[in-house]
Design a protein around this ligand. Structure first.
Ligand SMILES: [Zn+2]
Length: 265
């Protein structure tokens, strides 16, 4: 991949790619390895791709850590707390012992400030919340690495937010935590340029079919977008290996009499 292929979010304000930054922009503080690795993985690997510690070491520059394997293992654990799912060969039998896979993409520097929960909420609690909510934003339903519904050219990063915001007294209890995407976590109504007045929204909602209104009512009452059986099955299907996905696609093509259109890219 050449430099001009990277989207704007891959660059810091000074025009350097995030993973090549020596210092935090405008300071003399060394730029952190977790940020560099998150940025490099986000913009150089697709969900499902494999990588090795050696690749990371070459991509984010040599680290003087005497035991770089352990150093990077620690960084990978920190990334898991930022929404990344990075199975190793112990969790994914198709991987070699030195390989990892990009299962789910989480936060990266181009998505805005690092979520603040990471230091306070324990990794175990974060994992529980991610697993319970299916690693999707409970508000808009987007999954990590998918395009945002409201901004289709941007890829979503997921994080953990508070149902009742902390400034209104919300706690860090599991019941008050939920998976949110970065956009829903930091509402940007004006920036997103969405129709947000009651009249504009209601004018469209009152024209919905009755079943759609019922679904909308359910979401409004529970404060979250519930997912259909089809959505849940699709979530499971996206976790299959590339081979299994191909197999599933072929079976669906047969079952629906839709001949293969041939492989893209
Ligand atoms: Zn969202």
């Amino acid at each position: 991949m050449t430099a001009q292929d990277y989207p704007a979010e891959a660059y810091a304000l000074d025009g350097q790619l995030w993973w090549t930054l020596p210092f935090y922009p405008g300071t003399k503080r060394p730029y952190g390895a977790v940020n560099k690795i998150a940025a490099w993985l986000y913009f150089n690997k697709r969900v499902g791709d494999r990588f090795t510690i050696r690749e990371l070491r070459e991509a984010v520059g040599t680290d003087n850590a005497p035991n770089y394997q352990e150093h990077f293992n620690r960084r990978l654990r920190e990334l898991r707390a930022l929404g990344w799912l990075l199975p190793s060969s112990q969790e994914d039998a198709e991987l070699r012992t030195d390989e990892y896979r990009v299962g789910v993409k989480g936060w990266h520097p181009g998505a805005g400030p690092r979520p603040k929960f990471s230091s306070r909420i324990s990794p175990a609690v974060q994992r529980t919340v991610f697993d319970r909510d299916g690693r999707r934003c409970v508000i808009c339903g987007v999954a990590s690495g998918e395009p945002y519904p409201a901004a289709p050219t941007e890829m979503a990063a997921i994080t953990i937010g508070h149902r009742i915001p902390q400034k209104f007294g919300g706690s860090d209890d599991i019941d008050n935590l939920q998976v949110e995407c970065q956009r829903c976590n930091e509402p940007m109504r004006e920036e997103a340029g969405l129709p947000v007045t009651f009249d504009e929204v209601y004018a469209q909602i009152r024209r919905l079919k009755r079943a759609e209104k019922e679904t909308m009512l359910r979401w409004m009452r529970s404060g979250r977008r519930s997912r259909s059986r089809l959505d849940v099955l699709y979530d499971q299907a996206r976790q299959l290996s590339p081979n299994e996905k191909r197999q599933l696609t072929e079976r669906l093509e047969l079952a629906t009499d839709q001949p293969s259109l041939g492989q893209e890219s």
